[in-house]
Write a protein that binds this ligand. Structure first.
Ligand SMILES: *Cc1c(COP(=O)(O)O)cnc(C)c1O
Length: 256
């Protein structure tokens, strides 16, 4: 597989970008009466190669997010072994077997079927990943995720069947909007659903994964515990079509 090395040069040394980002995270947390130490930064390295992960580790980052199993399967073995990996992107059931070995946290569980496949795969692999339920709180048809109305049935199923997996959080993506304040009601809604599910099932759901480069400060103000940030750290991403001749080619099983 060709190595994606088209990452644009960062505008400042990575350690500086990282420090600046941590300062913004801390300010947003303080505005909400919290501490930046309570917020987990998932550094999103999708489309960037292992050399970028290495630089990020040298700058002090430890937790990385990928959105494609196939890309992660290539990158993770070439990256520093101290890195922790989380899956933030949509997951197809046929990649579950790989996902439970590669990732400590899977943010994108959005159906009973996917949960069942992951649960079985994790038992077979002897791994114990955490899972978050992905919710589509904005109702945008182009977005993955459960509607808030559909979530209780899935939570109930998970609570009755989870042995290897543990449900510890919720995730959402706000619609893209240059006006970041427009994201606020979506993040507030995810937090509301967190409260409703916790109360209904007597469940601890400590993680709220919400906020990206464009809107993470608003997300933190609304209760985010995990922010998923790529562009602010690693620059604009190259178009996928520049990385691979066939971005949709499903060759994971042959490659692994
Ligand atoms: C790419 C991606 C991010 C990071 O986006 P940036 O705008 O680059 O910070 C966060 N979450 C998900 C699900 C993503 O796919």
């Amino acid at each position: 597989m060709a190595s994606p090395t088209l990452s644009p040069a960062p505008t400042a040394p990575m350690a500086e970008l990282y420090e600046a980002l941590l300062a913004r995270i801390d300010s947003a947390a303080k505005r909400a009466g919290r501490s930046g130490d309570d917020i987990n930064l998932v550094a999103v390295t999708k489309t960037h190669g292992p050399e970028v992960v290495r630089e990020a580790v040298d700058a002090g980052m430890t937790c990385f997010g990928e959105n494609k199993v196939q890309e992660a399967a290539w990158k993770i073995p070439l990256s520093p072994s101290c890195a922790h990996w989380q899956l933030i992107g949509h997951l197809q059931s046929n990649k579950a077997r790989h996902a439970v070995r590669l990732f400590e946290v899977i943010h994108s569980v959005d159906s009973i079927k996917l949960f069942d496949t992951l649960e079985q795969a994790a038992r077979q692999a002897g791994t114990r990943p955490e899972i978050y339920l992905e919710l589509n709180v904005s109702g945008e048809p182009s977005k993955y995720g459960l509607s808030p109305e559909a979530a209780p049935e899935v939570v109930e199923h998970i609570l009755n069947h989870a042995q290897a997996l543990s449900l510890t959080g919720l995730m959402t993506m706000a619609p893209f909007d240059p006006e970041r304040e427009h994201a606020r009601p979506h993040f507030a809604r995810l937090r509301q659903v967190q409260g409703e599910l916790s109360a209904r099932f007597g469940l601890d759901l400590p993680h709220l994964s919400m906020g990206m480069t464009n809107d993470f400060e608003v997300a933190i103000e609304e209760g985010a515990t995990d922010v998923r940030i790529g562009t602010a750290l690693f620059g604009a991403r190259p178009k996928l079509s520049a990385l691979r001749p066939a971005p949709d080619a499903d060759t994971t099983s042959g490659m692994l």
